[in-house]
Design a protein. Structure first.
Length: 105
């Protein structure tokens, strides 16, 4: 069975653990790309990240989300920046519209 994880730079993740996510604790000096590769090797299918990690590593996260190797989600309740929410919604809408065009076109 594939695993669910939550990448965080904080040790205490009681709520996420209660929701079934396994904590993947990192420190700020770690190479985020290596963390994601390790998550794949360890059998994680979906990992959630905080808004801070998303803002810091958005290019890497978006690149992984374009593949089928790993799905990285940002829990919307954690996104404090309205422009980030709008940008992510716009990107998802573009992906959906693009996929529908390919199917019907």
């Amino acid at each position: 069975m594939r695993r669910l994880g939550y990448i965080s730079d904080q040790e205490n993740q009681g709520l996420m653990t209660a929701l079934g996510f396994e904590p993947i604790v990192i420190d700020r000096s770690m190479d985020f790309n290596r963390v994601l590769k390790r998550a794949i090797a360890d059998g994680f299918a979906i990992v959630a990240v905080s808004d801070g990690l998303y803002l810091k590593h958005r290019i890497i996260i978006d690149r992984y989300n374009d593949t089928l190797d790993l799905t990285i989600i940002v829990l919307s309740a954690l996104i404090a920046e309205p422009s980030v929410k709008a940008e992510r919604l716009e990107k998802m809408a573009e992906e959906i519209i693009g996929r529908n065009r390919r199917r019907t076109g």
